[in-house]
Design a protein around this ligand. Sequence first.
Ligand code: SAM
Length: 230
Amino acid sequence: MLRKIITTADGSKTIQIEEWNEQYHSIHGAIQEANHVYIKHGLLFCFDLLKFLNGKVQEISVLEIGFGTGLNAFLTLLQSEKHPMDVHYVGVEAFPISSKEMEALNYAEELQVLEKIALFEEMHNCTWEKENRLTSHFTLKKQQKLFKEITEKDQFDLIYFDAFGARVQPELWTESIFKIMYDALKSEGVLVTYAAKGSVRRALQSVGFSVERLPGPPGKREMLRARKGT
Ligand SMILES: C[S@@+](CC[C@H](N)C(=O)[O-])C[C@H]1O[C@@H](n2cnc3c(N)ncnc32)[C@H](O)[C@@H]1O
């Protein structure tokens, strides 16, 4: 399918699948959306939760559903330098972007961290199927496979569920996929997603998640956060 780089409302780029009229991020702002959904309501929430439960946070293991442009991974790496956390990040992606696409993205520039651009490139160029240490606080393992092939159990503190929308890939927003997510999480694990549809919330609840609706990023009324524990 044809992919095209576009600029979103906050100036950051994303990829569009023309045939589906679907983007890798919100057209209202790729960085804004990622920061709101995955960092604020995902990573930083999980960081506070683990601190509350265990007294301190040492390690956070994150599973990303749809590594795509690497924006969520890059923002997470930047956070790991600001807070006392060591992040082990697994990004699953069946259809990796090309080097040309990667070069057209402007995240380091928009985030004003041009000195980190080599790290962003390393995220894309590092070996698949192997844990790569990118900084003293961040490791990345990219796995090239379908989401339905994920077999990890009780391994992750946090899941970034960032698949294309149910309008174009309804098969990814089903009980069978959410069961795989539920099983992959540790007992107090958290899943966040930009989606807010009632059918998605019910599918999450039906496999055992407690689900809350939270205010969405600019341009979107709500998003969902699901917890394995109560
Ligand atoms: C919304 S985009 C992900 C955006 C990404 N998190 C980012 O920050 O760029 C969804 C991603 O899921 C991938 N994908 C679609 N169907 C998949 C499947 N069945 N299994 C694995 N990856 C899939 C796409 O190639 C795409 O990269």
